[in-house]
Design a protein around this ligand. Structure first.
Ligand SMILES: Nc1ncnc2c1ncn2[C@@H]1O[C@H](COP(=O)(O)OP(=O)(O)OP(=O)(O)O)[C@@H](O)[C@H]1O
Ligand SMILES: [Mg+2]
Length: 362
C-alpha cells in the first residue's frame, strides 16, 4: 500500500496551514475583512494562475469565523442571478426571478441590518468580470448607490486590471504569483507525509514532481501528479513511486501528446528518441555522451549509422517539438557545461514499445 490517507491528496483539501502565503492572507484580512467588521466596505480582486492558492487562501480565512459568504460564479448566469441565490441562502425566499438591482440590494440591506456586515466572495469570476458590466458595476458601487454595506472579493485567473474600467471605483488588486519548484517541493512534501506510507516515496521523486510542476508554478498540478503517481505505483503493486509512475501521471493529465508528435519523426529521429528512452527508466535525465553510445548500439541493431552532428540535430528537433526537454548543468570544474536530456510527460517504458513498433514499420 502506498496511499494510507487519501484526503490530503484531494484537490479540494484545504490544509491547516498555507505555506508562503502569510503576506497575501494578511493583506486580504487588512484590506477587506477587518474594515468590513467596522462597517467600511472595500472591493478586492484576487488574481493569479491556476493552482497558486487563491481559493485556499480565502477558505483559510473563512475558518476563523470571518463574515464571508462564498459562491462560485460558474453556477450562475450573471451577478443578479448569483445575488438572488445569496438572498435565498440567507433565509429570504426569492419569490420571483427578474428582481431589479434596487430590490436585490434593499433586501440585502435588511439582511445586513439584522446579521451585520458581510463580505461576498465570488470565485472563478473571470467571465462575470468580462461579460457582466452592469452586474459588476452595481456590486462594486452598491455602497454608494444603495447604501449597502457589502464588500466583495472576486477571484479570477486573469489580471482584470487590463480591462477593468475606472467607473467601478477603487478596487484593490492582490496578485498571487506562480510558485517556484522549491516552494512546490515544500507543499507536496507536506502532503506526502500526511497521505503516503513512509518509505514509499523518495526525496528525488518529490523533487522530480516539483521540477515538472514548477514550469507551470501550480501547486494544483503538483498535488494531482503526486496523487496519480501514487495510485499508478499501487496499481503496479509496487512498494514505492518510481519515475515512470510520475511520467504516466503527467500523460494522464496531459493525454494529447505523443501520437501526433511521433508522426513528425523519420526513422533516424525515432532511433535517437528510442535511445533516450532506453537510458531513462531509472533516472530522470541523461546526457549527450550516453545518447551517442546508445545510438551506436541501436544503430547496429537497425542497420543505421548516425554521425555526432546528425544526432545533435535530431536532439534539437526533438526539443523543438517538445517531446524531450533539456537543461544545462555546469559540471563543477570551471566553465564546462553539459546538457541534460529528459522526457517528462510520457512513461518511457510505453514510449519505447511504441517506438520499436514504429521503427519496424517504417
Ligand atoms: N501555499 C500552499 N500551501 C499548501 N497547499 C497549497 C498552497 N497553495 C495551494 N495549495 C494547494 O494546491 C491546490 C490548489 O490550490 P487552490 O485551489 O487554492 O488554487 P487556485 O489558485 O484557487 O487555483 P484555480 O485558479 O485553478 O482555482 C489545493 O489543494 C491547495 O490546498
Ligand atoms: Mg480556485
Amino acid at each position: 500500500m502506498i496511499v494510507s490517507n487519501p484526503a490530503p491528496l484531494d484537490i479540494s483539501y484545504v490544509p491547516e496551514k498555507l505555506f508562503f502565503r502569510d503576506d497575501k492572507i494578511s493583506t486580504i484580512r487588512s484590506s477587506v475583512i477587518l474594515p468590513a467588521k467596522n462597517g467600511i466596505t472595500n472591493n478586492v480582486i484576487i488574481y493569479g494562475n491556476s493552482g497558486t492558492g487563491k481559493t485556499s487562501a480565502v477558505k483559510v480565512i473563512m475558518r476563523d469565523n470571518a463574515p464571508i459568504i462564498y459562491e462560485n460564479a460558474l453556477s450562475f448566469k450573471n451577478v443578479k442571478n448569483l445575488l438572488e441565490h445569496v438572498i435565498s441562502r440567507l433565509g429570504r425566499p426569492v419569490s420571483y426571478h427578474g428582481l431589479s438591482f434596487s430590490d436585490i440590494f434593499s433586501t440585502i440591506n435588511s439582511i445586513i441590518s439584522f446579521r451585520g456586515n458581510m463580505v461576498l466572495v465570488i470565485d472563478e469570476a473571470t467571465s462575470l468580470l468580462k461579460d457582466d458590466d452592469a452586474g459588476i458595476y452595481n456590486l462594486f458601487r452598491a455602497s454608494e448607490i444603495y447604501g449597502t454595506r457589502l464588500s466583495t472579493i472576486l477571484i479570477s485567473m486573469e489580471n482584470p486590471f487590463t480591462y477593468l474600467d475606472r467607473k467601478y471605483g477603487t478596487v484593490t488588486g492582490i496578485k498571487f504569483d506562480n510558485y517556484s519548484s522549491f516552494e512546490i517541493n515544500k507543499i507536496i512534501a507536506d502532503r506526502a507525509s500526511m497521505s503516503l506510507e513512509p518509505g514509499t516515496y523518495s526525496d528525488s521523486i518529490l523533487k522530480y514532481i516539483s521540477d515538472i510542476s514548477g514550469q507551470f508554478g501550480s501547486a494544483r498540478f503538483a498535488i494531482e501528479l503526486l496523487q496519480k503517481a501514487a495510485y499508478m505505483g499501487e496499481y503496479r503493486l509496487s512498494k514505492s513511486i518510481e519515475n515512470d509512475d510520475v511520467r504516466s501521471a503527467v500523460s494522464l493529465i496531459n493525454p494529447y501528446i505523443t501520437e501526433s508528435k511521433l508522426s513528425l519523426l523519420d526513422r533516424e529521429d525515432l532511433i535517437v528518441l528510442l535511445s533516450i528512452c532506453i537510458l531513462l527508466p531509472d533516472s530522470i535525465s541523461t546526457n549527450i555522451k550516453s545518447i551517442e553510445e546508445e545510438v551506436k548500439l541501436l544503430g547496429e541493431e537497425y542497420g543505421i549509422g548516425l554521425k555526432k552532428t546528425e544526432i545533435y540535430k535530431i536532439i534539437r528537433k526533438l526539443e523543438n517539438i517538445d517531446i524531450i526537454s533539456s537543461q544545462l548543468k555546469s559540471s563543477g570544474n570551471k566553465s564546462s557545461v553539459s546538457k541534460l536530456i529528459s522526457i517528462n510527460d510520457v512513461p518511457v517504458s510505453i514510449l519505447s514499445m511504441k517506438l520499436r513498433d514504429l521503427i519496424s514499420r517504417i
